[in-house]
Write a protein that binds this ligand. Sequence first.
Ligand code: HSE
Length: 403
Amino acid sequence: MKYIAIMGLGTIGRGVYDLLKENRREIAERLGEEIFVKRILDLRDFPEEEIQRLVTHDVADIIEDPEISVVVETMGGVEPAFSFEIKALNAGKHVCTSNKELVENKGPELFAAARENKVNFFFEASVGGGIPIIRALTGSLTAERVGRVSGILNGTTNYILSSMTNEGGTYEEALNKAMQLGYAERNPAADVEGFDAGRKLAILASIITGRRVCFGEISTEGITGITREDIRYSKELGYSIKLIAEASFEDGAVTALVAPRMVRPESALHPINGVQNGIVVCGNMVGKVLFSGEGAGAYATASAVSADVIEALRRCTETVYSGWSSEKADIRDVSGSRYRYFVRAVGYNQEDYDNALSIFGGGSIINAHIQAEFGLVTPEMTEEEFHKKSGELIGFIKSIRIK
Ligand code: HSE
């Protein structure tokens, strides 16, 4: 019999508790032992529920309990989660977490504490919810030289954009629904401003390079500026608008960007809708590998956390991941990156279209039947070139990079 503790009984923590009960028989068969939740740390009490008997408000009840061998941290945020996890690792307990903010901020310290104490620190659920991407990068794809990783890494924004596109819903309606479904962060600004996807991209890029990629150094744009008009143009083109997190790796440097993109139907990410996440890893030997599945929500995320718990118990005599070092990766800014761009501009007639086409050196005009404006898809050029040219276009409204 193995005992674990859960720190934080929010959406994910409760999902882990429920999953371990629901799948108890299968898990016991696979592990050879039953797993029991012995303690739950939360600020609140749950007097109407049977779990109340497990609830503690004092972390020492977990840290000082020698029977508890794995701690699940699903509190979120950096503190006090970091201090609690360090205490748990130093007490010889394995730690499994879905806390991407913490992993991105404090990964190297946590990996070092796990190594020193000969325990495991697992964080599969920190990226892509239920999608097994961390273990794939550190395991099955570990022989690859990865040139690029592109993904839809935030379920909330994908849900909002899909709903605005396919059901014609408003941004506010879709965001409220995503919050009700437990997809969004406590402060959904982290989702819609692209910060959550940026943190997840930083984790993936850190695993790939073995060095620390800081979220703060990643150019990040959110989806708050996406309008119904943009969606009308994307439909006209047969494209879809998605928040894409992408990093490329060349000559030891990382170029990373999180931004809404118009995604062409040929892209493997085009059919990824709703709360689904999709991640394409391009390796030099294996080619392109696509991972997809539910990227947010209680049970998908709890599935990844619970698998980490089982893995920690199976590998209890060795430290499996080394994660990445505290040395910072070399980050290149995106000014040299090349894209095609979708542009919206004020204009009425062929003269306006011709002027725009000549500024961008060609491209194609799109008419979404919006009064007094037109759209244009530019040829491929660098960000730097695009900013110069778009500055010359009188009537420029906005642009969205194409994927
Ligand atoms: N708010 C996150 C999302 C939760 O929507 O993807 C999963 O990390």
